[in-house]
Design a protein around this ligand. Sequence first.
Ligand SMILES: [Zn+2]
Ligand SMILES: [Zn+2]
Length: 358
Amino acid sequence: MRNTDACRVGFLWNPSLETFDFGTKHPIKVGRFQMVRDFLAANDFLSQPNVEILTPKPLSDDLLKTIHAQKYLDAVQRMSETGEGEIAIDTPAFPGIYENASITSGATVTGVNAVASGKVDHFLSPTGGFHHAKFEWGGGFCIFNDVAAAVYELKNLGFQRILVADFDVHHGNGTQTYFYEDPHVMQISFHEDPEWMYPHDGFIEDIGEGSGRGYNINMHFPMDSCDGVYKHAFDEIVPPLVEFFQPEFTIFLPGFDAHYRDRLAHLNLTTDLIRYTTTYFHNAAHRISEGRFGVVAGGGYTNESFKWGIGVVMSVLSGFSYEPPKQEPPYEDDDETWDRVRGNVEKVKSLVFPELGI
Ligand SMILES: [Zn+2]
Ligand SMILES: [Zn+2]
C-alpha cells in the first residue's frame, strides 16, 4: 500500500475543454472548467509536487462506436457542422459539438488510462460524468457517455470488477442501461426521488437482470434530505457492497449538485458529506485495489458550492489541506424524512443483499 499522504493525482485540463456553447441561459456555462482550473491554482493545488495536469485526449472511434449507435454519432456530427438543432430539448447543438463532446468525455478515459498504467494513483476530470447519455440517445446536458466509455476501456484492459459510484443528485440512467446484465460492473446510484426528479428513473426495484441481478443498486431520497439521513444510508448500504464486490477500479461521481446551495435539485448536503463519501472510496481503493480511483465531477450548477466540492475532493485525493467556508443548510432532517429514508434503506438491503449473498 502506498503512503496515502503522497498520492499522485492527475487533473485533466486543457483549454480545448472550453470549446462549448450551450448559450448564456444554460446551467452549463462557458468558463466552467477554466473556473475550476483557476480555483485549484489559486488554492495552491496545482503547484503541489504530487499533482500534475494531464492533457485530455479525444475519445477513440472504437470507443465511440462501442458506446453509441452509428446513426446517433452521424446525427451529432451533422449538428456539429451546422451548429443547428438540438441533441435534446435541454441540450442544444453548437458548432463543433462533436469534437467538444469527444474531448470532454475523452478526459475521463485519459484519466482511467493514467491510473491503470500507474502514471498516477487518482484522477479528477472536471468535465466528466455524462451519465444520462444512452446508446442511441443524448440529453440532460450529456452527449457521449464518458462513464460507459471508461468502463469499456477498463474491460479492454482486462479489469474484471469495476465499481461506478454515482452520487450525482440525478440518477445515472444512461450508464445503467449499458451494464444492467453485467456482474463485472457494479453501479451504486444515490439520487433524489425519481418520482419528481429528472430523469424519472432509478427506482429501488431496478436491481439488474440476468447474471447482473443485484449489481445495480438505486437508493433515492426525499426532497430536503440533509447530511444525517444521507450518511445513514451510505453507511448501511455502501460498505457491505464494496466489501463483497472488491472492486479493482472505482469511478466516482461525488454529487456536487446534491449540495443545498444547488437549486436545480432539492437535496441539502454540505461538503462535509462529500468529504465523508470521497474519503471512504479513497481509503477503500487503497485497501482493495492499490489506490485505483478516479473522480468525474458530474453536475454542480452553483459556482460556489461546485468549487468547494472540487476543493474538498482534491484535498482528499492529494492530501493537501483545503477547508471550504462553514455551511449551514436552512433545513434539517425531520421525522418524516428519517422514516422515508430508513424505509428506502431497508428496501434496498432486502432486495439486493440476498441476491449477492450478503
Ligand atoms: Zn490516495
Ligand atoms: Zn446531476
